[in-house]
Write a protein that binds this ligand. Structure first.
Ligand SMILES: Cc1ncc(COP(=O)(O)O)c(C=O)c1O
Length: 452
């Protein structure tokens, strides 16, 4: 194993350094890729080394290099070596985690890892926790469990039999997975109430109170408020403690969507920004965002294990008998049935670097966010968002952000995106790579000035 690991490590390091020295954004049309793929009609076997070389070549040239240190993107991280190894191990052993008895080691590794993070969030030791495919699945779980708690008849009789239509409250900066979830859950997209935000793009509590009161008067049944810890557009953190208090007094479920920002809970310097999250009924946090592991690793935490079970239980004769004792079979406690060993990549990466290594990674990226803000301001850019997290939205008079970002990408200076803040398009840059250095940032801001 030692020698395999060392060879793999040198391959991964070589790939990383080639990516860092190469283009970030591909120039390719769908037809070019389809023409290339036409050679694979699957009529004849192709040798694996040849296939891998071709696939790697495609990924090197026809791929936005999200692990590039100058990719300032949409929360897609650079990945730790241990988490790459974890994905290979998982594929090799292919554990199925639906029942504990089938994969005891894998189930316990996940449980152990989730318990560590649940404790960091300040949740009780009996909180339910599971790995999900991502934040959208975790948010879906939150909505389904919250519905089950608020309307005990919902599980058996559905929404049609409820005396009033349930409503969900999110800020205008919240993630749009909730609109899709409302659609999928049968609530309908109109069940989503969009609450105004304050000057810092955080949910405005006065507007929330007003909307709750108006809706109750109009016969709706409010049941869920979502506070975001690190909004997708601008990195804003909603007033979690105030939201938790309000939800408790109004008997509403409080879900904290900390898909990206949740990782900052492990940093002694950043943790206080998430104060109040410990009182959430449920939390979304993605390992495949700021915990820097490969795609397909979200997490759902909930302080009401019985309600989770009520929402997701299933009785069948074809599954192995339920495992006795202090364990839960995950097909009873989550959306998924067949279940990949998602948690190994977080376990391995965390165990290899230790909590202190992870804190260093997160605080380094936060510092790089501050460096970016500082360099931009000194170069005459106007910062239009306010967050302690490493996400910077900026503009300057007369700028066309879409054209500017297109030029940045065309010249391979950096990958940034645009976002609308209060209806106005601006440039958005998020530090998502633990490899981004001060030199990268200096170089990018200097090159940006040349483009003006
Ligand atoms: C705040 C927030 N919540 C949820 C999601 C959805 O997460 P995923 O893409 O992992 O499904 C995202 C994605 O960026 C997000 O930023």
């Amino acid at each position: 194993m030692q020698s395999i690991l060392e060879s793999l490590r040198s391959v991964v390091e070589e790939v990383n350094s080639e990516i860092a020295g190469g283009p970030i954004v591909p120039q390719v049309t769908p037809q070019q890729i389809r023409d290339h793929l036409a050679r694979y009609d699957f009529s004849q076997p192709v040798a694996l080394p040849e296939l891998c070389a071709d696939v790697e070549q495609m990924l090197r040239t026809w791929h936005v290099q999200v692990t590039h240190p100058r990719y300032f993107g949409l929360f897609n991280p650079s990945v730790t070596f241990a988490s790459v190894v974890a994905d290979a191990l998982v594929a090799m052993y292919n554990p199925q985690l639906a029942t504990w008895r089938t994969s005891p080691a894998a189930n316990e590794i996940e449980r152990h890892t989730l318990a560590w993070l649940a404790a960091q969030f300040g949740l009780p030791t009996n909180a339910s926790a599971s790995f999900t495919t991502g934040g959208a699945e975790a948010n879906l779980s939150a909505v389904i469990v919250a519905l089950t708690k608020a309307f005990p008849e919902y599980g058996e009789s559905g929404l049609l039999h409820l005396p009033a239509s349930p409503a969900i409250y999110i800020s205008e900066e919240a993630h749009h997975s909730f609109n899709k979830i409302a659609h999928m859950a049968g609530l309908g997209r109109r069940a989503i109430r969009t609450v105004a935000t304050d000057d810092c793009l955080r949910m405005d509590l006065a507007d929330l109170r007003r909307k709750l009161a108006d809706d109750r008067k109009d016969g709706w049944a409010p049941f869920l408020v979502v506070g975001t810890a690190g909004t997708t557009g601008a990195g804003a953190i909603d007033p979690l403690a105030d939201l938790a208090r309000l939800c408790r007094s109004e008997n509403l479920w409080f879900h904290a969507d900390a898909a990206w920002g949740g990782a900052s809970v492990i940093s002694p310097r950043l943790k206080h920004h998430l104060a109040g999250i410990e009182a959430a009924d449920s939390i979304t946090c993605d390992a495949h965002k700021w915990f820097s592991v490969p795609m397909g690793a979200g997490m759902f935490f909930c302080r009401h294990p019985q309600t989770v079970r009520a929402a997701f239980h299933a009785e069948t004769s074809y599954m192995p008998a339920e495992t006795a004792g202090a364990v839960a079979d995950q097909y009873h406690s989550s959306v998924q049935w067949s279940r990949r060993f998602i948690g190994l990549k977080l376990f391995l990466a965390l165990a290899e670097r230790a909590e202190s290594g992870y804190v260093e990674m997160i605080e380094h990226q936060t510092r790089m966010g501050d460096v970016l803000r500082d360099h931009l301001q000194r170069a005459g850019w106007r910062i239009v968002n306010s967050t302690p997290l490493p996400l910077v939205c900026f503009t300057r008079d007369g700028l066309d952000p879409a054209q500017f970002v297109a030029a940045l990408q065309r010249r391979q200076i950096a990958w940034m995106s645009t976002v609308k803040i209060r209806g106005t398009p601006v440039v958005r840059a998020c530090v998502t790579s633990f490899r981004t250095t001060e030199t990268d940032i200096e170089c990018v801001v200097r090159e940006m000035s040349r483009l003006l």
